[in-house]
Ligand binder design. Structure first.
Ligand SMILES: Nc1ncnc2c1ncn2[C@@H]1O[C@H](COP(=O)(O)OP(=O)(O)OP(=O)(O)O)[C@@H](O)[C@H]1O
Length: 636
């Protein structure tokens, strides 16, 4: 909105001049007429109702207006020319002219020169009050003055009362124009200032912190909506009031309880706020104070989202309890127990053979827990050498060791802050790292390698092992105290051979999953004789092994159905390598390579053993045509 200029004229001649200039300048100036109090009333109304941003007036009316309004005021100054014009017009009717003006005009006009040009005697009188004016007028009459020239209507009125002639000094067009130019300049500054204020206000409203600025008298001059929300004190009750006069003690509390240039946690209405108070100094002079207020839970949320972003894709828990397939009583009981563990924040120790689904359970517990929005960080303690594992777990400061990254590195404990840290194969942790882990679990703080500062971490630990920790304790390879720390809630995942009822559901779901992955349409229903085969197998690699076999089947199967022979050959393939009870005729050894390479080896070995195409096709569970195609392919 454009700022407005208003001109209050004390007499009609000035009104006309102002109107003329306003039109000539193409300026939309609001012109009003009013003398003294009347003019002040108009000015007050314009100012209060924000209908004017700058007011122009002159003389005594102007002086009164200036005293009564808060907005900028421009006075139409009386120039030498205006005074000279009045003296020139008065000269033919007088022998001795008296000039009467306010005290502050003393020495302003060159009366000696005017007297010379007009060849007329001119005396000057200045006054500070109406009483003094009357005294000076009386004095002047006594000394032979017959004409009073004055800058205000009141002078002329009083002079006439004493029988003197009077002549008012009018403002010329150039004086009015000068005042309008000054008012326009002020308006430009106001508009610029207003633009800057709007910018600051927009910024204040976009900041996630609460900002309260006080001037040197502790009057609130800035207060954004975040502060309003956090301190539960509405803007209109706070702005432009001294902090200790405000009715809301929340503001006084944060002012009193905060410390200069230091962050302080202050509780307001059950909410923990981080408050900082700083002085604003210009040229080492204090001109006010700024207080910032932040909701700690918001900071934690932001910190969490940053941490979560930092945690790479692989460190996020993807599995949930619904993804654990199986309907055996024992598995359902285990899931049930795990769900109960999810509601707590205690450490969980998962026991089970390799491939039983320990990590699957750990992820599901995390995703079901109140930490589900936080990171899930998993580490296999057996996969890394001790010193590497140490720096991975606890992080390090720059220069902690040769090769340490610039700026240091956060450890997995820090990355898992607010979430869960899954320590797989905990039984393989060295005694030194066991001691460090125990310390972190007790203190809930980590110190980076080469660091001096303890960093608080809020992490839930889920540990897993496929070894008997009690044996390890007996052998002196595992700390008893750590065992008791970890073993608060225990979850034992039964091996697949003890819950073979799960095989069917597992197969159906794995076939569906791999169909989707490899774009196949293989029926998830398997023949009964296939299930018999699967039930008879002892599954040393547990669910992982079953999953791998199904994956191979889906890749190798060329029909809509997985054949008995394909499954049996794959079982033999894996089973034979692991099961020494089987005779040599059923055994082949395949070197690990790409699927194509391994497939080639399988064909070759089986051919060597059976040397009969029909038999080979039967064992491999493929048609004779497929076998022929494969042979052609491998001959190349
Ligand atoms: N009940 C189940 N339902 C679906 N998938 C399962 C189930 N159990 C295990 N799996 C799958 O089997 C594979 C092995 O599981 P996981 O890695 O959780 O086992 P683990 O016990 O942690 O193994 P290790 O001790 O070797 O680390 C994964 O691909 C997992 O998704």
């Amino acid at each position: 909105m454009k700022s407005k200029i208003a001109l209050i004229s004390p007499y009609p001649e000035l009104t006309n001049i102002a109107k003329r200039i306003s039109v000539a300048q193409g300026e939309d100036i609001d012109i009003y007429e009013g003398v003294l109090e009347e003019g002040v009333e108009i000015a007050k109304k314009l100012s209060n109702q924000k209908e004017a941003d700058v007011i122009i007036s002159r003389g005594a009316t102007g002086a009164l207006i200036r005293k009564n309004i808060d907005i900028p005021f421009v006075s139409i100054e009386i120039t030498d020319f205006d005074v000279f014009l009045a003296l020139y017009e008065a000269a033919p009717f007088s022998n001795h002219i008296g000039f009467f003006g306010y005290d502050y005009k003393k020495g302003h006009f060159d009366f000696e020169l005017f007297s010379k040009i007009l060849n007329k005697k001119i005396s000057c009188f200045y006054y500070k009050s109406e009483k003094e004016l009357r005294e000076k007028l009386y004095e002047s009459k006594e000394s032979g003055i017959d004409m009073a020239v004055g800058t205000g209507a009141c002078i002329i009125e009083e002079a006439q009362k004493l029988g003197l002639k009077g002549k008012l000094v009018f403002s010329s067009a150039s004086s009015v124009l000068q005042a309008i130019i000054t008012a326009k300049n002020i308006r430009a500054v106001i508009e610029k200032d207003r633009g800057q204020k709007e910018l600051i206000n927009t910024l204040l409203e976009h900041i996630t912190e609460g900002i309260i600025a006080l001037d040197e008298e502790r009057k609130v001059i800035m207060y954004n909506s975040v502060s309003e929300k956090l301190l539960k004190a509405p803007k209109k009750e706070v702005l432009n009031k001294k902090i200790f006069d405000i009715n809301f003690n929340t503001l006084q509390k944060i002012y009193k309880d905060s410390q200069l240039a230091k962050e302080e946690i202050i509780e307001i209405e059950n909410k923990k706020l981080l408050v900082k108070r700083s002085n604003i100094n210009i040229d080492s002079k204090n001109i006010g104070t700024v207080i910032t207020v932040q909701d700690i839970s918001k900071i934690q949320e932001v910190e969490q989202s940053i941490r979560t972003k930092l945690v790479k894709k692989g460190l996020i828990a993807t599995y949930r309890f619904e993804d654990i397939y199986g309907n055996s009583k024992i598995l359902l009981e285990t899931i049930n127990k795990a769900k109960k563990y999810s509601c707590t924040d205690s450490t969980v120790l998962i026991l089970g053979e390799s491939g039983t689904g320990k990590e699957l359970f750990a992820q599901s517990i995390h995703n079901e827990s109140k930490r589900s929005d936080g990171p899930f960080v998993a580490i296999n303690c057996a996969a890394l050498p001790e010193n590497l594992l140490e720096s991975e777990l606890f992080g390090y400061e720059e220069g902690a060791f040769t090769g340490a990254k610039k700026g240091g590195k956060a450890g997995l404990f820090e990355l898992a802050h607010g979430g869960t840290l899954f320590l797989d194969e905990i039984g393989d942790l060295s005694l030194n790292l066991q001691a460090q882990l125990l310390r972190v679990l007790q203190e809930k703080k980590v110190m980076r390698l080469g660091g001096h500062q303890l960093i608080p971490v809020d992490v839930r630990i889920i540990a897993a092992t496929n070894t008997d920790l009690k044996n390890k304790i007996e052998e002196g390879k595992f700390r008893r105290d750590l065992y008791y720390r970890l073993n608060i809630l225990t979850l034992t995942i039964p091996p697949l051979r003890e819950r073979k009822e799960d095989i069917e559901v597992l197969c159906i779901n794995f076939i569906k999953e791999f169909n989707e992955l490899y774009g196949k349409k293989i029926s998830p229903q398997l023949e009964d004789k296939i299930y018999k085969l699967l039930f008879d197998y002892h599954w040393p690699g547990n669910v992982r092994e079953l999953k791998n076999i199904i994956e191979k089947c889906v890749i190798l199967c060329e029909d809509q159905k997985i054949s008995y022979s394909l499954i049996s050959s794959l079982l033999n393939e894996t089973g034979l390598i692991q099961n020494n009870d089987l005779n040599d005729r059923q055994k082949i050894i395949v070197n690990i390579g790409t699927l194509e390479e391994m497939e080639k080896q399988i064909f070759k070995e089986i051919f060597l053993k059976y040397n009969n195409k029909k038999e080979v096709a039967r064992v491999l569970g493929v048609s004779r045509t497929t076998l022929w195609k494969k042979m052609k392919e491998y001959e190349k």
